[in-house]
Design a protein around this ligand. Structure first.
Ligand code: KIV
Length: 276
């Protein structure tokens, strides 16, 4: 059956019906076409492209121009998949800047919503973007753009106080108009509690099995990215190895002279004039 693109209303509806869904990343046209052909429901063009596509150590250097450049081909390649455009570090430091950049992402890429990181401290920005008529996805727990202020890439919500803060963040983000929230890197019990506290779906990455949707970076779950593997990443395939084997096979046949065989050559006989 052909895939049907989710609508913003489906997010809350799926949660109410207890229907789970899945969400992965893409940063380019080819990957977007593959995800679009798969059963996965959502694509995030995340600022994780800083590491995965651009080779940076973190996400802080990713710019609005980078985001626009990568979201556009994904939107072209995945017409049947809900697409999130991530707002990069520094692009939503005030409500005015946030609205201008969110409008730019939607206008220049045609993605379906924007995502930004932060809890109650981001309420003015979230309200302003929602007020401009743009769907906003929140992101709480481990927020990579400000990971250094959280003590590094660590599990969040590990104390009663910090777990309570996450629950409060989720409740306030829902009230401010977020239609869903990414919850990253928290103990499973905290994931469950946050999910139970709100009517919008909680999209978990390293947040245990009791949330409404699971998120992973495509290059992580397919075993393509080789720099590091967080504990919460399950590799569902070993695509990196398959790619290396394919490349080595091409190299071997090139050296042997067995590629290209007639099947991969233009075989029309031509009378070549003798010029040398
Ligand atoms: O940029 C990204 O890939 C993300 C995920 C970790 C949810 O924000």
């Amino acid at each position: 059956m052909a895939k049907v693109k989710m609508t913003v209303g489906d997010f809350k509806k799926f949660k109410k019906e207890g229907k789970r869904f899945s969400f992965v990343t893409a940063y380019d046209y080819t990957t977007a076409t593959i995800v679009d052909e798969s059963d996965c429901n959502i694509i995030l063009v995340g600022d994780s492209l800083g590491m995965i596509m651009l080779g940076y150590k973190g996400t802080e250097s990713v710019t609005m121009d980078d985001m626009v450049h990568h979201i556009r081909p994904v939107v072209k390649g995945a017409p049947n998949t809900w697409i999130i455009g991530d707002m990069p570090f520094g692009s939503y430091i005030t409500p005015e800047i946030a609205v201008a950049n969110a409008v730019r992402l939607i206008k220049e890429t045609n993605c379906d919503c924007v995502k930004l990181e932060g809890g109650v401290e981001m309420l003015p920005q979230i309200k302003a973007i929602v007020g401009a008529g743009i769907n906003v996805m929140g992101h709480i727990g481990l927020t990579p753009q400000t990971a250094s202020s959280l003590g590094g890439f660590k599990v969040q919500g590990g104390t009663p106080e910090s777990a309570a803060k996450l629950i409060k963040d989720a409740i306030e983000l829902e009230k401010a108009g977020c239609f869903s929230i990414v919850l990253e890197c928290v103990p499973s019990g905290v994931g469950k509690a946050v999910s139970e506290a709100v009517e919008i779906p909680i999209l978990g990455i390293g947040a245990g099995p009791h949330v409404d949707c699971q998120v992973l970076v495509t290059q992580d779950l397919l075993g393509m990215y080789g720099d590091f593997k967080p504990k919460f990443v399950k590799q569902f395939a070993q695509v990196r190895q398959v790619m290396i084997e394919g490349l080595n096979e091409f190299h071997k046949e090139t050296l042997e002279g067995t590629f290209p065989s007639p099947e991969f050559s233009f075989n029309k006989q031509v009378d070549i004039p003798k010029l040398y």
